[in-house]
Design a protein around this ligand. Sequence first.
Ligand SMILES: [Zn+2]
Length: 280
Amino acid sequence: MIVDAHTHTPRFKGEIPPEEIQHSTVWRPDRAVKTPVNWAEYVAAMEPVDRAIVFGIARKGEESPNDATAAFVRAYPEKLIGFLSIHPLDPHCMEEMERCVSDLGLQGLKLGPNYQNFDPLGDAAFRVYGRAEELGLPIVFHTGTSPVQMADLDYAHPRHFDRVAIAFPELRMVLAHMAHPWQTATIAVIRKHPNVYADISALFYRPWSFYNCMLLAQEWGVLHKLLFGTDYLVSTPQENLDALRNPNRIVGGTNLPRISEAAMEEIIHRDTLGLLGIAG
Ligand SMILES: [Zn+2]
């Protein structure tokens, strides 16, 4: 089974007003990303995977993304697994977390400390992590840089999640994008904590970085902690599958070390739902 551990809830169910459509060049260096997408476009792109974890990101003072995620999951229950998002500094966030689990059936949590502008080691965040650990909800964190100017880089550094994992050893966490370009720091964190993983989404289109982080993960013995993911709509499953199935493309004709193709296939077929404690 192939699970995409990182996708974003489409903003539109049906037709997208033409004035909303943009082709953004800030997200990746090799092609523009069309935003937004609708349900049909999302489902077509997800054709190569069996299951996909989908979420929005809560913004303080804005409408919660959770009902939209739940409605999308209800439409494609065989395919989709919905995660909730809350803002840890929102006074009602703990009630919203309970509602999302008990009423909406959402099965994990998405947080982006840099995008949401909260301290991932602050008291408010720790309250959320504690309840997530009790409820058995895994958390996908945005980690790593982003082109968003006012998104605090330090809040997205993977080293912080070492301290989170020490405080909450049963909490299952995914550090998105291997925290690019701090993949080495991510390796240091996932290596020591059994319940901390990283996803490989949105990495392949920087070929030298991708080769290097996969090779480092191999040398440090953490390839088994990497989960398949796309960050759709930033990249598609097919693009990521193609890259993982040709990991040594850029080092052909050299003596540089090779990445195990079998290990890449294992990432593709990782039992992500089992590892994150999600009932299929
Ligand atoms: Zn993402």
